[in-house]
Design a protein around this ligand. Structure first.
Ligand code: ADP
Length: 584
């Protein structure tokens, strides 16, 4: 299904799709609920029989006791079926929720990074964890309970009309009044509900921002300003819920009071008909008993309408993520890369509206070391990210071994390219497992060999628990340099033929950097390397140096060639300034 078609889909259609793998369980749950409804009707029939016999004077004690026992047994059976129904629907629902969460997580991995970054991490967490969780009760209860309550009420109503149609109508007298009260509740419901959702999201975002930025807040003494932002979000959250509740409370309370008061119509009309002699005492009592069985289930069913509206909104939010466009990549490749060369042809790229690459063309030969240098903000990292398929180019193309990367399945690209950025993420797992992520299934020995190869083994062994040291959330238990070295070990573990190092040694101290650079050089023989390096020493030995300025390649060649040429590169080398703005 293409994205255009998906955009038109309603939340209900999404829900049907997400629940489809469990549809048989839901069907079984509905059937059990309906069987429960049937069982709940039998006691009413017995009750009618009992009332008639008592008023006729034909009932004896043993028979009455027997009838009461049978009635009790039907009630028990009804609740057993109800339990079977809700257990089944809960089982199905927990699987559906897990399925929704997995679909969302997989989607984040296939969307371009830019699309992922449009929402804050707080909103994603809120949708994937809390919002999805909040539909559990609705989804698990609505299917069996709404069905049984609505069908049950209708069945008792039909029974009541069969007993005496005039009393059936008398019972419905309160209906228009009750409905009117509930309708007032829905006045501007959507608008108010959306406001509560917006404020809850804002509260989540500010809370996550406050916690993530706590280091900066403390260091710069900004706790008052940041806390004020959080307090105002919390206040707005409370205000809109109070406002919503206040506008609903009158209609809801009046509706709840009027709806079950079926006797308002039944008693006066019943008395009138009884006095006129057109209603027997048996029928009158039977009608009163039956009337209790109609409205209560309808009110229970009604109480789910609020949850249903919320379910629609939440599934809408889930659908909004699921229908975002993926990176445009085919399932299979028509043609595989012939070698490990990379070529950019007239590549243009913009973040939102701002174009940052203005027609970049370059070629990286297989098995060569290439350095990309230029002032800060000139577009070096953007080029690295485009080659690593984190974004798609705006126009032009990137060729991998002579094939456009957009014609290759994503896995084909990620398998060939190891990308190490300055802020590589470490998971809250052991060092061993973080490195192992480079190659699934690698043995402990292979992980240690990769760490040894890039000179990380000694430093890892010096950590508190060696390879079993847990890195903390986002690698918080380690220093910037340590995190960097582990991410390089992870990239080495991957053993990909193309390696992109985006200022990969920037956080490492000079001593370790020398060690690391030597290790990388030794390991990267035969591989295609593109490095965005910040120290001249590394760049000097590159086979090809590409100089970028203002989103365009302005020079390329070896160190000696560029020195000979003059221009921006030589000016920098001559000034020898590892100065602000220059990252060579
Ligand atoms: P360099 O790596 O040379 O320092 P970048 O490629 O990181 O430069 O950035 C190039 C330009 O793109 C800069 O002006 C930067 O502000 C902008 N930029 C980088 N990342 C983003 C982003 N995620 N969203 C918007 N603009 C960005």
């Amino acid at each position: 299904m293409n994205n255009q078609e998906e955009k038109k889909r309603s939340p209900v259609s999404w829900l049907m799709e997400l629940a489809a793998p469990r549809r048989w369980e839901y069907l079984f749950s509905v059937l059990a609920a309906l069987a429960g409804v049937a069982c709940s009707l039998v006691p009413y029939l017995i009750m009618i029989e009992l009332i008639h016999a008592l008023l006729d004077g034909t009932a004896d004690k043993a028979w009455c006791l027997d009838r009461c026992l049978v009635m009790g047994l039907w009630w028990v059976l009804r609740y057993v079926l109800h339990a079977v129904s809700t257990t089944t629907s809960h089982h199905a629902t927990f699987h559906v929720l897990a399925n929704i969460r997995m679909r969302l997580m997989n989607k984040l991995a296939t969307m371009p990074l830019g699309t992922v970054l449009e929402k804050s991490s707080g909103s994603y967490k809120n949708i994937i964890v809390e919002r999805v969780d909040s539909i559990e009760t609705t989804l698990a209860h609505i299917v069996p309970e709404m069905t049984s309550n609505i069908v049950g009420a209708i069945a008792v109503l039909v029974l009541l009309f069969t007993v005496d149609w005039r009393m059936g109508l008398a019972m419905l007298v309160v209906l228009p009044l009750g409905i009117l009260c509930f309708v007032t509740m829905f006045n501007r419901y959507e608008e108010k509900f959306q406001r509560t959702i917006k404020s809850t999201k804002a509260l989540n975002d500010t809370a996550v921002e406050y916690i993530n930025g706590i280091e900066v807040i403390k260091a710069f003494g900004q706790s008052k300003t940041s806390y004020a932002k959080f307090v105002s979000a919390a206040k707005e959250g409370a205000d809109c819920f109070i406002d919503w509740m206040q506008s609903c409370i009158f209609g809801q309370s009046a509706g709840m009071a009027i709806f079950p008061s079926t006797l308002i119509g039944i008693l006066p009309i019943g008395c009138l008909l009884f006095m006129k002699g057109s209603l027997t005492a048996e029928t009158f009592v039977t009608v009163i008993v039956l009337s209790f069985g109609v409205m209560q289930p309808l009110i229970t069913a009604y109480s789910y309408t609020d949850d249903l509206a919320q379910l629609g909104t939440i599934i809408g939010e889930v659908a909004d993520i699921l229908q975002r466009e993926d990176l445009r990549r085919p399932e299979t490749a028509k043609e595989l890369p012939r070698d490990n060369s990379i070529e950019l042809k007239d590549v243009r790229f913009a973040y939102h509206e701002k174009e940052v690459l203005h027609g970049v063309s370059l070629r990286i030969e297989p098995g060569t070391v290439n350095a990309l240098v230029g002032p800060s903000g000139s577009g070096k990292s953007t080029i690295a990210r485009l080659i690593a398929s984190l974004w798609d180019v705006g126009s032009g193309s990137i060729m991998l071994g002579g094939v456009d990367i957009r014609a290759l399945p994503l896995k084909e690209c990620t398998d060939r390219i190891a990308y190490v950025s300055q802020d590589n993420y470490l998971f809250d797992l052991s060092v061993m497992d973080n490195i192992r992520m480079g190659r699934k299934g690698a043995t402990d020995e292979e992980v240690m060999a990769a760490a040894r190869a890039c000179g990380c083994h000694e430093f890892i062994m010096s950590l508190e628990n060696g390879y079993q040291t847990v890195c903390g959330s986002s690698g918080a238990h380690l220093s910037g340099g340590e995190r960097q070295r582990i991410s390089i070990a992870r990239a080495i573990m991957k053993d990909a033929p193309i390696i992109i190092l985006d200022e990969a040694t920037a956080n490492v101290d000079p001593e370790s950097e020398q060690e690391l650079t030597a290790a990388i050089e030794a390991l990267t023989k035969e591989k295609t390397i593109m490095m965005i390096a910040h120290r001249l020493k590394t760049v000097r030995h590159a086979d090809n140096i590409l100089v970028i300025d203002g989103g365009k390649i302005v020079q390329s060649g070896t160190h000696d060639e560029l020195m000979h040429q003059g221009g921006i590169y030589r000016r920098f080398v001559e000034s020898r300034e590892l100065a602000v703005g220059w990252k060579v």
